[in-house]
Every structure is written in structure tokens, then in C-alpha cells.
Design a protein around this ligand. Structure first.
Ligand code: HEC
Length: 140
């Protein structure tokens, strides 16, 4: 009988600790900022991206459809970039459909692609293998 009471007490303590632990974890402000990742124009651009299902054929960070190329670093690509992208949007190329975006829509899409580009490199070739076995990766 005594042993059972002991078990109950331990169980009760565990439940209380669990409740306190959870209330701390789920109510504490995390360090992740709640600032929007995209600007207003970027958000408008993302809407166009989603509405026209660009992801069906294109990828960011290698994720998406594989009919067209990855567009993560299109804007910072010295050979391609903004003007090149704008030209492609409305002319189409091979199996890429021709869109009829207004100048504003094209600018918003560019803002979106620019802001995605700022988040990192894909594929990330700025990797150094150190002699101690660690890998150092350079991010944007
Ligand atoms: C049906 C598939 C498809 C859809 C949908 C599509 N694309 Fe494409 N896109 C392609 C293909 C295929 C290419 C590459 C053509 C080639 O071989 O040069 C391409 C190329 C591009 C390029 C040039 C990339 C480069 O590196 O040269 C840009 C920019 C682009 N697409 C943007 C978009 C945007 C923005 C959308 C949505 C509004 C979109 N595409 C929707 C198939 C698609």
C-alpha cells in the first residue's frame, strides 16, 4: 500500500513538472523575429509566383518541379539577372509558358526573386573541409 502511494506522488510530481516545463516552452518568446521576411512588393511577387504555379516547373534550393531551372540565385547570377528574368516572363521559352504580366507585376516578381536570392546560395559551393573534420559553410 505504501509503495503505491509513493508511485502516485512520483507521478503527480512528474505531471506538475511536465506542465510547468510545457508552459515555459510554449509561452516564452523565441529569438526568431516575427518581422516579415518579405517586403510588401516581395509578398505581391510571391502571390504571382503562387497563382501561376511557377513551382510546378522551378525550384528554390533544389525543391520544386524539374522542368525548368532552379531560380534561387537567378538575380545575382552575373550572366542572367533582373533584365534577363523580366524578358523571359512575358516571352516564354521552350516549355515555359508566355505570361502577360504588367510592368508592376514583373517588378513585384523581381522583388520576390531578389529577396529569395538574398537568403543564401544554391548549390552552396562555399564549403571548406577543415583538417579537424569540421566543415565551414559560408552563408549570405
Ligand atoms: C510549364 C513549366 C513552367 C512554368 C509553369 C514556369 N516556367 Fe519558367 N521556365 C520553364 C523552363 C522549361 C525554362 C527553361 C527554358 C530553357 O531551357 O532555357 C524556364 C525558364 C525560366 C527562367 C529563366 C531561368 C534561367 O536560369 O535561364 C525564368 C526567370 C523563369 N522561367 C521564370 C518563371 C516564372 C516567374 C514562372 C511563373 C510566373 C515560371 N517561370 C513558370 C518552365 C516553366
Amino acid at each position: 500500500m505504501k509503495n503505491r502511494d509513493g508511485n502516485r506522488i512520483v507521478l503527480a510530481i512528474l505531471i506538475v513538472v511536465f506542465a510547468i516545463y510545457n508552459s515555459i516552452i510554449y509561452t516564452k518568446n523565441t529569438s526568431a523575429s516575427s518581422a516579415p521576411l518579405l517586403s510588401k512588393k516581395g509578398i505581391e511577387g510571391e502571390k504571382i509566383w503562387q497563382k501561376n504555379n511557377c513551382t510546378a516547373c522551378h525550384q528554390f534550393y533544389g525543391l520544386g518541379g524539374y522542368l525548368g531551372p532552379d531560380l534561387t540565385n537567378l538575380i545575382s547570377n552575373p550572366i542572367k539577372g533582373e533584365e534577363y528574368a523580366k524578358a523571359i516572363f512575358n516571352s516564354g521559352i521552350k516549355s515555359m509558358p508566355k505570361f502577360n504580366f504588367t510592368t508592376q507585376e514583373k517588378n513585384n516578381l523581381i522583388s520576390f526573386l531578389k529577396e529569395v536570392d538574398r537568403t543564401g546560395f544554391y548549390p552552396n559551393k562555399n564549403v571548406k573541409f577543415k583538417s579537424n573534420g569540421w566543415v565551414s559553410i559560408k552563408y549570405k
